[in-house]
Design a protein around this ligand. Structure first.
Ligand SMILES: [Zn+2]
Length: 688
């Protein structure tokens, strides 16, 4: 591991800070915090923290000694000075006299002594920083250090690698007790460069930001070098396993995702689902094929705070034999059911031990290992799934290297429960209310058009992960970028079966499956039906009927593999029930589409797959352009405004109104074979 310190960058940070009144030490504290935070081998997703002891003026203009410590859950890679709230140090130091203190009391005291009362909560490890005397303190969960200390004889391994450069603190749950023990160990040890927190991480300190940082790099490098020497010595034993013949990811992912879902006990027809993030590399494959995988997968996480992201154990599935996917699906569901039953028993056992007042988290796995394929991180959003996958990869590395050194050992199940259900850890996840479509994946065709784009936005706002399919990839990609980093743009020509197959394969690869499809792509052709060229009619049927059939068929295949129901939504035009003169080439396939929707509702209702349609009219879009609006208004002798709002309510209907109707249908769990009319009112076009 190389030092990332660049003098020029450090001084630039100091100079930039000076322009906004940030003192030199704080600017350098921010600089090295970012250096640590951007290396995933040191710090992952809110783990790790840093601090600075300095002086500053309080609200009364009095200069006081403060501890500036990273805020709880803050991202070290992008931290700003405000991400290191300042707490009066004297008050924190006094706490050392206490034998113990309740978490809520400690948080109350911390908050009462913030210089800025509106600052975020300080790190849960604040007391460790407060009790140690050093000006700069860095704490990471460096993977190499964890491989060394997640051992039955971790203390001896540390002594072997670090001699007396570092003092060893036995395992205690993070918080006040650990801070008290750590300062006692430090005072006994005397001169040292840092501390090892058993089964948890590493701390370094110094008089300058650079000292503390360079010590972290040097001490973690010693662990890395030690592991590298061991790897060289046993290279033959860890050769890559022979490749297995397994089913393709696009077939396996929906089965895994379905197995790792649960029926919602409170709402009939609802499921608790997760989004997937797939990873595969040599290190993952080696660990999955390791003869000790059974033991390792039961051993726990590499550092306690990972448990809130990945739970304590991964789910291990059998290899997905390509010819026997039904058997794989059955075995996967059974394995997932064993996992959730075990998690519930774990919760009940330890909740009883601590007084029975905790609320259980959902019991679904967050990491799934599939032999021959790789691993899935799972989460209620793509973002959470990616975090789970990152931590799973760190687990693979940490555990594999620990096994090279000796035998991987984590903390006990009871200790893990205490961390997983520690209110201060749970706080990191936020107390947010989940949006209604959290955990669901929605695909929208024709997503670059007005209605498609509005629909993708509405579903994303409701918490779904969205895939935007359009024949114009660049335009779909523009829309996806506006929605957010996890929105997926996919090139898809719905008139081409191979293109539709490829698009749904891309969705299943990116998210693990699909739950909602808004089949929206369409275009209008005109002609008097008795005289129209058959080629025109066929072209319209290709897009306005077969396009929907291809999309629905591809989606249903994935939905059946998941076994958690689903929702097909079709954009049917008013033309389906109230034909317009000379619009036969458009209206006739749309009438067939209405029948198609009802057929899906009938044939797949028993599988929990719903099919509904929205019947919209007169929406500004690619089908009804500004020129067409002007021409039609002129032909009827009305203003454009009156033409657009020429309905019973006298209100113009927008693409957003159509999007909200689709969203409503997606959420109406007992509605299928329904047509929702969104046209401002038109009795001639009303459903009958
Ligand atoms: Zn820690």
């Amino acid at each position: 591991m190389k030092s990332g310190w660049i003098e020029r960058d450090a001084e630039a940070m100091v100079a930039r800070g000076a322009t906004s009144g940030v003192e030199r030490d704080l600017a350098l504290r921010v600089y090295t915090t970012r250096l640590l935070g951007r290396d995933p081998k040191l710090v992952l997703h809110g783990g790790g923290n840093t601090s600075l002891k300095t002086r500053m003026g309080d609200a009364f203009g009095e200069e006081v000694e403060v501890l500036r410590v990273k805020a709880s859950g803050a991202d070290m890679a992008t931290i700003e000075p405000a991400g290191l709230p300042a707490v009066r140090l004297e008050a924190l130091r006094k706490l050392r006299a206490l034998a113990a203190i309740a978490d809520e009391d400690l948080v109350g005291i911390e908050r009462a002594h913030l210089i800025d009362p509106a600052a975020p909560d300080p790190s849960v490890e604040i007391m460790l920083h407060a009790f140690l005397p050093h000006k700069f303190i860095d704490h990471t969960h460096a993977t190499a250090a964890l491989s060394l200390i997640d051992q039955p004889d971790g203390e001896a391994r540390c002594a072997e690698v670090y001699k007396d450069r570092i003092a060893f603190v036995p395992y205690l749950m993070p918080g006040f007790g650990l801070a008290k023990t750590a300062i006692e160990v430090f005072e006994r040890a005397g001169a040292c460069e840092g501390l090892i927190l058993s089964k948890h991480g590493i701390v370094t300190f110094g008089d300058t930001a650079r000292d503390a940082y360079e010590r972290m790099i040097a001490l973690v490098s010693l662990a890395e070098d030690f592991i590298a020497r061991r790897r060289k010595a046993v290279a033959v034993a860890v050769a890559l396993p022979a490749a297995r013949n397994v089913a393709a990811l696009i077939e396996v992912a929906p089965i895994v995702r379905g197995a790792c879902s649960e029926k919602d006990a409170a709402i009939e027809g609802a499921w608790r689902r997760l989004i997937g993030e797939f990873r595969s590399n040599d290190a993952i494959m080696k660990l999955i094929e390791n003869n000790s995988l059974g033991r390792l997968s039961e051993s726990g996480v590499i550092t306690p705070d990972h448990t809130i992201r990945t739970k304590n154990w991964p789910l291990v599935l059998p290899p997905p034999d390509p010819g026997k996917l039904d058997a794989f699906a059955r075995a996967s569901r059974e394995a997932a059911a064993r996992f959730t039953a075990r998690y519930r028993a774990y919760f009940a056992r330890h909740n009883a031990r601590v007084g029975g007042l905790k609320r259980a988290l959902d019991p679904l796995p967050r990491v799934v290992l599939v032999p021959g394929l790789g691993l899935f991180g799972l989460g209620r959003s793509k973002q959470e799934a990616m975090i789970a996958a990152d931590i799973a990869e760190a687990w693979v590395e940490g555990v594999s290297d620990a096994e090279l050194i000796g035998r991987f050992e984590s903390i006990s199940e009871a200790e893990m429960f205490d961390c997983e259900y520690w209110p201060l850890e749970q706080k990191k996840l936020g107390a947010r209310r989940e949006p209604p479509l959290a955990g669901q994946i929605a695909a929208v065709t024709g997503a670059a058009g007005a209605i498609g784009a509005a629909t993708a936005q509405a579903f994303a706002a409701a918490g779904a992960e969205v895939a935007l399919l359009d024949v114009n990839f660049a335009a779909a990609n523009e829309q996806a970028k506006m929605i957010g980093p996890t929105a997926l743009a996919v090139a898809c020509d719905v008139t081409d079966a191979a293109s539709v197959q490829a698009a749904f394969a891309a969705i299943a690869t990116a998210f693990g499956g699909v739950d909602i499809v808004v089949s929206n792509a369409g275009a209008a052709w005109q002609g008097r039906i008795g005289e129209v060229d058959e080629a025109v009619l066929r072209k319209s049927f290709e897009l306005n009927f077969y396009g929907h059939q291809r999309v629905a068929q591809a989606a249903v295949k994935i939905m059946l593999a998941q076994g958690t129901g689903g929702c097909l939504l079709f954009n049917v035009s008013k033309q389906a029930v109230n034909p317009g003169r000379d619009f036969g080439p458009y209206g006739v396939p749309k009438a067939a589409l209405l029948a198609l929707m009802r057929q899906y509702a009938l044939d797949y209702g028993a599988d929990g797959i719903r099919a509904n349609a929205v019947n919209a009219d007169r929406i500004r879009s690619g089908l009804l352009t500004q020129d067409m609006i002007a021409a039609r208004a002129k032909a009827r002798g009305v203003s454009e405004k009156d033409y657009m709002s020429g309905n019973l309510l006298g209100r113009e209907v927008t693409a957003d109104d159509v999007a909200q109707a689709f969203l409503h249908q997606a959420l109406a769990l007992k509605t299928t074979a329904d047509v929702t009319t969104v046209d401002g009112g038109n009795i001639a076009a009303a459903m009958r």
